[in-house]
Design a protein around this ligand. Structure first.
Ligand SMILES: [Zn+2]
Length: 352
């Protein structure tokens, strides 16, 4: 009898071992698949063929269509008062001419890309968390002084990376329970003065009053992969300890922008919502200081997916962005402005 028990125990151990190996393999494959998918998004959006995604160009239209089809594949709904996932907008932007510093203003037809997931809670679903990243960049500018130089501003870090995180969040969040509704917005015209986000607010498919928190996603690059930066983090009280949560789950430190770069908070799409009283943050890749590793890419033609580009970090960055979003969608209370912050005002949306 004892012998049979030993054999049975041995068999159980073997079965458990096989199951655990299979699970480990499955997790590894999924991680690898997810990473490959993220790489495909960023490589496509930052490809030379999209010519820097300048608003109003054919290549910007292709970029918008790509994002829209990713939204569709993730099961996002579209607003009936828009054109599918596209929100057409006529914007006044600078047209790049062949020579640098010789630019004309013109009206061009552009598109924001918008989709949403409806929350499951009958009351909270009327509150919308807005996730946002700009997909436009600077296009092509020929440097008349250096013939045959690279003229395509690919914008891999700024902001194909942010759009990749937005697409990851759309795919991931469509598989989990969400009490509040989430809008996914890929804006155009950010580089032209945040024109796409301004247009969205002025022509929102839902009442802007119902947008309770904005997580923008933008950046110029990274030189510290142990960090993520959250612009405006210090202006807002959160229903969870954000720093601790990110540390526990992803072993990564989250910090506001360094004080000397806090002005960047006012340079992104998030500010348009902050000015409306809506608590808003911008999640950015990690940097300790703006050194040569950052400046060599910011608004430069070499901002491409190159050997410097850390795939593992991109994956963690996307996961962190997505996790923060799901917490905000599910907590009983909402983030609200710190009273001493300059964005807090008597007409702001603090409900507490
Ligand atoms: Zn940007």
């Amino acid at each position: 009898m004892k012998k049979y028990k030993r054999i049975s125990l041995l068999c159980s151990i073997c079965v458990l071992f096989i199951i655990s190996c299979a699970k480990e393999k499955e997790t590894k494959i999924n991680t690898k698949e997810a990473q490959n998918e993220l790489m495909a998004h960023i490589r496509f959006l930052a490809s030379d063929e999209l010519k820097g995604r300048k608003p109003g160009t054919e290549e910007a239209k292709i970029s918008a269509r790509y994002i829209a089809e990713q939204f569709r594949a993730s099961g996002l709904q579209s607003f009936t008062n828009l054109q599918g996932y596209l929100q057409p907008a006529v914007l006044r932007i600078e047209k790049n001419s062949k020579e640098l510093n010789n630019q004309l203003i013109q009206s061009v037809l552009c598109n924001n890309v918008v989709g949403y997931l409806e929350g499951s809670d009958s009351t909270l679903k009327k509150e919308y968390i807005l996730l946002m990243a700009h997909y436009d960049h600077l296009g092509i500018k020929k440097d008349g002084l250096v013939p045959n130089s690279d003229s395509i501003y690919n914008g891999a870090r700024d902001n194909a990376m942010g759009v990749t995180a937005l697409l990851y969040a759309a795919k991931y969040l469509s598989t989990v329970e969400l009490k509040r509704s989430i809008i996914f917005l890929a804006t155009t015209g950010e580089e032209e003065g945040m024109l796409g986000s301004k247009f969205f607010i002025e022509h929102s498919p839902i009442s802007v009053e119902n947008i309770v928190f904005v997580l923008n996603n933008d950046g110029g690059g990274f030189n510290d992969t142990s960090l993520i930066r959250i612009g405006g983090m210090q202006y807002i009280n959160y229903p969870v300890d954000l720093t601790q949560l990110i540390k526990e789950e992803y072993q990564i430190t989250s910090l506001p922008y360094p004080s000397e770069y806090d002005y960047l908070y006012e340079k992104g799409d998030n500010i348009k919502f902050a000015q409306k009283g809506i608590p808003s943050i911008t999640v950015s890749p990690g940097f300790d200081k703006v050194d040569e590793q950052i400046t060599k890419y910011v608004h430069q033609t070499c901002d491409e997916v190159n050997e410097d580009f850390n795939l593992n970090y991109l994956y963690v960055f996307c996961q962190v962005y997505s996790s923060i979003s799901s917490y905000m969608a599910n907590k009983d209370t909402l983030p609200f402005w710190v009273k001493s912050s300059k964005y807090h005002s008597s007409n702001c949306k603090n409900k507490y």
